[in-house]
Write a protein that binds this ligand. Sequence first.
Ligand SMILES: Cc1ncc(COP(=O)(O)O)c(C=O)c1O
Length: 396
Amino acid sequence: MADLFDKCRASAREMEAIAAGVYPYFKAISKLGGTHVTVDGRDMIMVGSNNYLGLSTHPKVRAAALQALEEYGTTCSGSPLLNGTLELHEQLEAGLAAFMGKEAVRIFSTGFQTSQGVIAPLIGRSDTVVVDRLVHASIVDGTRLGFGKVRRFRHNDVESLRRNLEASMDSPGGILVVVDGVYSMEGNLAALPGIVAACKDFNARIMVDDAHGVGVFGKTGAGVLEHFGLTDDVDLVMGTFSKSFASLGGFVAGPKRVISYIKHNSRALIFAAAMPPAATAAALAALEVIQTEPEIRENLWRNTRFLKENIVGLGFDPGPTESPVVPIIVGDDVMVLLFWHRLFQEGLFTNCVLSPAVAQGQQRIRMCAMATHTQEDLERVVEICGRVGRELGLIR
Ligand SMILES: Cc1ncc(COP(=O)(O)O)c(C=O)c1O
């Protein structure tokens, strides 16, 4: 009989990366200052963060978190169902419902729990959930926790979605289609108009995970639904506070009766402690900043354009990105690890993305523009990427 722990050894890829001194994960940061961080005593430019609007250092957001810490202490020490609901949580939910243009909102302690905690209770034995092949891991796990049938369609392929919906029609239950608003490793948007039309034709409900879209897209920053003018056509939209909201936690917005059902049936909500007061206050303050300081979003888009245009200008391939996510596709494990390592040595903190986070051949460096990067920061990013890319023969 095998020992259960036999599987607990490093993969060959992991061991080789460690032996070669190019292991790119779990890098400990000693000082976190938004666009600049300190690692191993060195100042680095952070281009690997989802803090798109740079609000983690915004004075109003910091002040709100500090004040909540003073007033409430560090934790709620319990589930929202029992002792973990603060008036602060209710204020955040009401503010988000108005911002997202939906009847009601439920918040969760993380974005990951939100996808799980919404999908699992909605998908009963006779129901079907249909997801894009590239949806976030939290959605995949949510579908695994539901009791219904799971189908996957080709990435952003509306015909493939329609075929899957057609095939689901003989089942007696309902259908939920789930897509990401912005695909986080690729940076492209869901083909939402076609997807929404298909859902209407087949009487399917639709949920969008807009973790990377809220605060970034749309006239008021309400995300990709607003961007496409489809706010009223999408049943459920979820977001996370760990990106543009500069905090930790997640939310789902939708019809009152569905939110009430989730509140009373979601295990990820009922059996987990509530968002801590400081994180809640930070998200609430960030929501206000997103609504009252649109120039921050304009800065983000200006910086995004600069970074993307210059990365393309150097001869790199960023793939189909339409968002502040700016990848450099390298397509090979060894080369992407080396590239990441040399960028890190030169003072750039980027994300090294290998399979299974992306398909084989799509290995990449993932960078994100932030509203608070200075022109000098971005020029340095471009200069380093160009120099190291030429050194490694990735570009000419
Ligand atoms: C699309 C998407 N959904 C959900 C999540 C989970 O959010 P959190 O990390 O805030 O728990 C993420 C985080 O990376 C994400 O990218």
